[in-house]
Design a protein around this ligand. Sequence first.
Ligand code: NAD
Length: 493
Amino acid sequence: MSLVKINSAPMTCDHWIAGEHRGPASGQYRDVVSPYTGAAIGKVALGGKADADAVVSAAQNAFPAWRATPIKERAQLLFRFRDLVLANLEELSHVAASESGKTFGEARAEVLKGVEVTEFALALQNLDSGGIMDVSRGVSCELRREPLGVVAGIVPFNFPAMVPMWMYPIALALGNCFVLKPSEKVPLTSQIMARLSKEAGFPPGVFSLLNGTKEAVEALIDHPSIKAVGFVGSSPVALDVYTRATALGKRALCLGGAKNHLIVVPDADEALTVRGVVDSFTGCAGQRCMAASVMIAVGDVDHLIEKIRKTAAELPIGAGMGAIIDKGALDRIRHHVDAAEKDGAKVIVDGRESKAPAGREQGFWFGPTIIDHAKPSMACAREEIFGPVLAIVRVKNLAEALALESANPFGNATSVFTTNGAVARHVADNATSGMIGINIGVPVPREPFSFGGTKTSKFGHSDITGESSLDFWSNLKKVTTKWSLQSDASWLS
Ligand code: NAD
């Protein structure tokens, strides 16, 4: 297992405007801190309206030529970009891990998932040919997919490479210019992506970075030349961004938080279930929107709970499981576990006492935690904790399990562990989330299947990847043409 290298030379994360770095108009920066060490590994520009104006104006200048570039040429640049990402996989993975706290293997996997979306995007040259049909004598209707213009993506801290890559390869392939607002907690990976976009040959202004926090986000949404806003982050902010953008008549697709349920029934395969449940709630230290948060134990599954407890308790933090993003998140997670205990639940694996890995004592660490006998009314079973914490709620039957699942206001993922096909089918048919797993703890669809949840896990229509994202990042123009030597032909004939 490769250990995460923390870069010793701090990186300055400026905006990326017209293919060049540019400092913030205000001159203000904030530190970027590694969750592994608690030490600054860089500083990030704090952008405002003046910076948003500059970045969007450069993108707007680039748009006419980029729009006129044939999709096959745009795809060639994406091909080169993909190759450069793979050639720099080691560096990208170390940087993404050191700023987000995940393990090297997890960071590598997220970059590769971003590559998969890029491959989908560059294949659009062969797939997305629109359509044309003779609808009458001498009259044809043609469907053309056109770019929107300058579009924006606002992204969270937990996937510094992958979540941005859910958006920009597809948006760029379709002929838009893209402005990315990385999370201010993890802006380093995007700096490398900007450098690689230049090396790949993307014209200045086609791919840009605006760094900063809420002020930068609002300036970007409000800019009249921003035509669409893709957002991924927590549900309250997702709803704010969705409301703000759509009130201005813009299209918005805003993915929010999650509270994912794993339904475990007595006939579940032991090895598959134990691995699936533990990996799901501890992977990325529970900081992923597809992580298991509640296990619904249906009937007597005590033998599985005991194995899950043992496996989670033995997980080495630092190597097997990464760190928590910051002190605020650490306090929130601890608060949830304390409150569950106070409310009468039983903490059977306690991450509050976990020791930091040697030499990394100043980092932000929380070990795997399992809260058994949680009640559906408890905060640990209702609210997004976003840490390596699994609440186990016990129910008598599948109907109760599904009632609990559907009462959950979030709708990202729901999984069932069973060896009974009818049970699996019943859960897939009746669970309310957008992504369902059968014997899979993290049911992320592979491309070309799209990614997106329901309820408060997503505001807006279509999904963020896959075929369904094409309608979000483009307009469909319908061209009806008449060329006929038959003078009495009408468009209705
Ligand atoms: P966050 O909502 O705090 O931040 C997301 C982005 O919004 C960042 O770029 C941030 O700078 C910006 N932002 C923060 N507050 C803002 C405000 N008041 N107004 C405007 N912009 C604001 O999320 P986070 O803590 O970075 O990420 C974790 C959250 O993201 C979790 O809730 C997780 O479930 C969610 N997430 C969801 C998905 C999904 O696909 N549904 C994927 C990854 C993460």
